[in-house]
Design a protein around this ligand. Structure first.
Ligand SMILES: Nc1ncnc2c1ncn2[C@@H]1O[C@H](COP(=O)(O)OP(=O)(O)O)[C@@H](O)[C@H]1O
Ligand SMILES: [Mg+2]
Length: 329
């Protein structure tokens, strides 16, 4: 194989998380070691058109998907790094397309990606594996809700807290349901869990079992929960890494991260969101297969605390995607 290897970084995409994906993609592009990798960018527009660039600046030239696929193959990537969050990127559809093209890619495969992005199905698998999830119900229409307030109303297939609200009164619950159904045809309602919020990152190792990264505690400063503002506004949230918790709780949360990674069949990386009640009972909220990947995002922060800087984390993920032999060559 050539050195440096060609990496196709996909960013943007057709989901409401387009802008976040662009941030992740550009940061990955910027920090990727040019000694080992020769990256180029493929930006998918909100309308599904494709653009290519060898730098962070894009020309206006855009292509249909068929032209885009030809353009991708002509650039002969050795490996693909998808940073497309949400639908059409994180949900298995993109991964299936790469499988058809025989292109290795970073991150979970088709089935796991699809499973993890469906909040209800992921809960089924996680609870089947013995992990505790909040009481929940899946709704096809706003009128059938039975879970009492306070509760959390989530569009089934979205991330970044888009369309997600916490309801404290039945009136708020009705409004939140209407809001969520504007974003998705299915909605998950969960009992509201009061407690401290943590996230447990996991990365695969090249020749051993997956590694549980240091735990991060999430404390939004002004938002009532980890909403879109708290996630993406600089300084809106204190992210404490490693989390100030005792050893028992740290081990418990790391074990949950690993268990969720295994249960869903995650590959290369995952990040599991968890709330711990004042009595010390952990509830799993979800597992992200393609977490935010700016240098200050949660999984890169946790990797940094583990001793893997952002560029090294990218090296590691690309080596995982290429397989062990590639990393030794
Ligand atoms: N059952 C719950 N109880 C309390 N807070 C919750 C609950 N579910 C979600 N949240 C809050 O909403 C945020 C986003 O929910 P999550 O399920 O992780 O979806 P997303 O894919 O949007 O990140 C969480 O980080 C947490 O702050
Ligand atoms: Mg989350």
């Amino acid at each position: 194989m050539r050195n440096p290897r060609r990496v196709a970084i996909f960013l943007g995409g057709m989901s409401p998380e387009h802008d976040i994906s662009v941030l992740s993609g550009l940061e990955v592009f910027k920090h990727m070691s040019r000694e080992r990798w020769s990256p180029f960018l493929v930006r998918i527009g909100r309308d599904g058109t494709w653009q290519f660039s060898e730098s962070a600046d894009f020309s206006d030239e855009s292509f249909s998907i068929t032209e885009g696929l030809t353009g991708l193959l002509q650039r002969t990537p050795d490996v693909v790094f998808p940073l497309l969050h949400g639908a059409y990127g994180e949900d298995g559809r993109f991964q299936g397309l790469m499988d058809y093209l025989h292109l290795p890619y970073v991150g979970s495969e088709c089935l796991t990606s699809a499973l993890a992005l469906n909040k209800a199905r992921a809960r089924d698998v996680l609870s089947h594996a013995g992990l505790r999830v909040p009481q929940g119900e899946e709704l096809y229409s706003p009128n059938t809700v039975t879970i009492e307030v306070p509760c959390v109303i989530k569009p089934m297939h979205l991330g970044s807290s888009v369309g997600l609200r916490i309801a404290h009164t039945p009136h708020e619950r009705t409004a939140a349901l209407q809001h969520a159904f504007r974003h998705d045809h299915r909605v998950l309602v969960e009992a509201f869990i009061q407690g401290r919020e943590f996230t447990a990152g996991v990365i695969d190792s090249l020749d051993g079992p997956p590694i549980a990264l240091p735990i991060v505690e999430i404390r939004p400063k002004t938002s009532a929960f980890f909403d879109y503002h708290a996630k993406y506004t600089p300084d809106a949230t204190d992210e404490l890494c490693p989390a100030p918790i005792d050893n028992d709780l740290r081990l418990k949360l790391q074990a949950i991260g690993l268990e969720a990674h295994h249960a869903l069949g995650c590959r290369h990386m995952s990040r599991t969101d968890i709330i711990v009640t004042p009595a010390g009972i952990p509830y799993v909220l979800e597992t992200n297969t393609l977490p935010g990947m700016t240098s200050t995002s949660l999984l890169p922060q946790a990797a940094e605390a583990y001793g893997l800087g952002f560029s090294e984390l990218l090296d590691h993920l690309l080596h995982l995607a290429l397989g062990r032999s590639a990393s030794e060559s």
